[in-house]
Design a protein around this ligand. Structure first.
Ligand code: FCB
Length: 436
């Protein structure tokens, strides 16, 4: 695969998961979330599957932390569930939920693992969704309250904190494309969510700094936008897709401005006075996380802005049909290094869905090829890359695709909930072994 010694001493390796995808949301007094509502609505999720049980990480946390340690990792990137600790979104906390995250963080530290904490990985409490969720500017206050509660509880022991996982998914995929909860397809809702997700990020950064939480960053996702043909129309469409996906959020975080190609469509729908939030949004960060999986081929399409559509591509694909394009990772590592010169960068998610329950050779070669691109970005292009975190430790609930896609280094039998490490787990373990 590769060898730890090909990377600088101190380069960190990790695996990621998220709360709703593994914990088991129906246990431990967690409140209802908009993912429960979305999944209960016919047609939204494969088999109408939900996160009620998931991998029962709530009941099997120690076993899962042992798997991380035995693999030889340095970091575990996890998220806390807002609804588990504040079932009503605000107000009275659920002590059992807070205790669980205390034990999780302590369990990581006892095993010598660095806790990399994400505050929001998509399970918005239903009560807040009722009030408009990400469309409502009050989400800044609600999120700040949640950040404050959690910072007081685990903020002294986490290694890093990132307010929001993948703003593009929270805003665009969920409010314009309708693919994730709350399943809206509405340009005004999307515009508001695009801005409010960054506004809430800024509010949480303020709270985390105020509570002396160390190493505060942000995690964005990126998808390589490839014009379906050389025509001027397709190239324009690919640029628009790139601006919405790959430049809007970093524009807010690092340049105090949104890309022109996006304002062309969204400006009329953005909340009044959005420009005034830019200093809050652009507060200094300690690191940036890059999540990268695939590329899309984009063609011009009839209809209103953004007037584009993805078309099928020719590269080899994963279990869920995503094209495999490792060079895209190097491209984005260079892009963000230009956006924020000198800022430490981490790959915070990268991986694939592969059907093979145990002998997952496709995962081994996918990881090998992407890690090599990351190494080149660092060694040949001078990108200040400081670590690589793969998605995911376990097979888990893949959102609207349900439990079919298998993203884990460890196989989960959803009938018995038994964990078994796959070939990729063993390959990564031997790559990470330190020579004596
Ligand atoms: C990312 C999400 C993560 C998982 C992977 C496959 O966009 O952050 O929860 O679903 O994709």
């Amino acid at each position: 695969m590769f060898d730890r010694s090909q990377f600088p001493e101190g380069f960190l390796w990790g695996a990621a998961t998220s709360a709703y995808q593994i914990e088991g949301g129906a246990q431990g007094g967690a409140g209802r979330t908009h993912w429960d509502d979305f999944a209960a609505t016919p047609g939204n999720v494969e088999g109408a599957e939900n996160g009620d049980v998931a991998c029962d990480h709530i009941g099997r946390m120690d076993e899962d932390l042992d798997l991380l340690k035995d693999l030889g990792l340095d970091i575990y990137r996890f998220s806390t569930s807002w609804a588990r600790v504040l079932p009503e979104g605000t107000g009275t906390p659920n002590q059992k939920g807070l205790d669980f995250y205390d034990r999780l963080v302590d369990g990581l530290l006892e095993r010598g693992l660095k806790p990399a904490w994400t505050l929001y990985h998509w399970e918005l409490p239903s009560v807040l969704a009722d009030k408009g969720g990400w469309r409502n500017r009050d989400i800044g206050d609600w999120f700040a309250e949640y950040a404050d509660l959690m910072a007081a509880r685990i903020g002294d022991r986490v290694w890093s904190a990132a307010p929001i996982n993948e703003p593009w998914c929270v805003a665009w995929l969920s409010h314009f494309e309708g693919v994730h909860a709350p399943g809206l397809r509405d340009i005004r809702a999307a515009a508001r969510a695009m801005h409010h997700v960054l506004y809430a990020h800024g509010r949480a950064v303020e709270v985390l700094r105020g509570a002396n939480v160390s190493n505060v960053g942000a995690v964005c996702n990126f998808e390589y936008s490839n014009p379906a043909s050389d025509s001027e129309d397709d190239r324009r469409a690919a640029r628009t897709y790139d601006a919405i996906y790959n430049r809007f959020f970093t524009g807010g975080l690092f340049h105090g401005a949104y890309p022109e190609e996006v304002l062309e469509g969204l400006e009329p729908h953005l909340p009044h006075g959005w420009q005034d939030d830019m200093p809050l949004i652009g507060q200094k960060l300690d690191w940036l996380g890059v999540n990268y999986y695939t590329r899309k081929n984009i063609a011009a399409a009839p209809g209103p802005w953004p007037a584009l559509a993805p078309v099928d591509g020719s590269l080899p694909k994963t279990q869920v049909g995503w094209e495999i394009y490792p060079e895209g990772l190097r491209h984005f590592l260079n892009q963000v290094a230009r956006d924020a010169p000198g800022l430490p960068i981490y790959v915070t998610e990268n991986g694939l869905a592969a059907e093979a329950p145990h002998q997952d050779d496709q995962r081994i070669s996918y990881l090998t090829d992407h890690i090599e691109q990351a190494r080149r970005a660092m060694a040949e292009d001078g990108v200040p890359l400081a670590g690589y975190i793969t998605w995911s430790l376990l097979d888990n609930y893949e959102w609207s695709l349900g439990y079919g896609p298998r993203f884990g280094l460890v196989h989960v039998d959803y009938d018995t909930l038994e964990r078994s490490p796959k070939a990729s787990y063993h390959a990564l373990k031997s790559a990470l072994k330190r020579s004596a």
